[in-house]
Design a protein around this ligand. Structure first.
Ligand SMILES: C[S@@+](CC[C@H](N)C(=O)[O-])C[C@H]1O[C@@H](n2cnc3c(N)ncnc32)[C@H](O)[C@@H]1O
Length: 237
């Protein structure tokens, strides 16, 4: 009878704890499936599921500005009127259209992997918004942007969803001009008071480790200007 209970206990432990396989040479490992993850980790970080296009309304919610200080983000980026910008994982284009006004002689690639999100971007363009916004369909391992062409890549609440972050990291670096920057905006993983699930957050330490792995140089971290997010800047040297 005792042996029987031991077997039950061992099985319960195995089911409760995600299986952590060894990382492959690229830093990926299979993990047990969790509610919000994809069953895979990168450099020790569980990768989150992609937010479906059905959630686009949440991105456009009126209270977003107050909760996330969205009006404070773009002034931190130091954009010039001629800049070529890529809003990777643009979703409904919340930031793409706002940035487009700041780069009137430049352009904004509103890039996403979901055609339904890009249809929302196209709808806004149909109403005459953002003549310099270019909807762009990407792949999960390649943003499909021109090489050495981008001054700034904006990633708001998206990088932690990349299913192939290492490949995306190298491809983003390729798309940047020398001296071009990535603004990585992620919910602060160090801050328990940020009301977002852990798998959708990142610590600064983790972000710096992952960007360094694809050859991008850390420039600065601002963890104070926005209520919930870090704004971390990385550069292609
Ligand atoms: C939570 S939404 C954020 C949208 C937008 N950045 C915003 O803040 O309003 C994340 C978006 O990233 C996109 N995404 C996920 N993986 C991607 C990838 N590998 N390349 C491009 N976009 C991706 C999703 O399709 C989704 O639209």
């Amino acid at each position: 009878m005792r042996a029987f209970f031991k077997v039950i206990l061992a099985a319960a432990v195995l089911l409760a704890v995600p299986l952590h396989a060894a990382e492959d040479k690229n830093g990926y490992a299979n993990t047990g499936l969790t509610l919000d993850g994809i069953g895979k980790s990168y450099m020790g970080r569980e990768i989150a599921q992609v937010m479906g296009y059905q959630g686009a309304e949440w991105l456009e919610r009126p209270e977003r500005q107050r909760e996330e200080g969205t009006d404070k983000l773009l002034p931190l980026l130091g954009l010039k009127p001629t800049d070529i910008v890529a809003d990777i994982g643009a979703g409904s284009g919340y930031f793409s259209f706002r940035m487009a006004k700041l780069v009137p002689q430049g352009k904004v690639y509103a890039q996403d992997i979901q055609e339904e999100m890009l249809a929302l971007v196209q709808q806004k363009k149909g109403k005459g918004e953002g003549p310099n916004v270019i909807p762009t369909l990407g792949g999960i391992n390649d943003p499909r942007l021109p090489a050495n062409a981008i001054d700034l890549i904006l990633l708001v609440d998206v990088y932690h969803e990349f299913s192939m972050p290492r490949e995306m990291g190298f491809a983003m670096a390729k798309a940047l001009k020398t001296g071009g920057r990535i603004a990585l905006v992620e919910y602060r993983g160090e801050d328990d008071s940020v009301p977002i699930k852990d798998v959708h957050k990142m610590t600064e330490e983790q972000a710096r480790k992952e960007m360094a792995a694809v050859g991008l140089r850390w420039v600065s971290t601002d963890s104070k200007s926005l209520p919930w997010q870090h704004v971390m800047i990385f550069e292609k040297c």
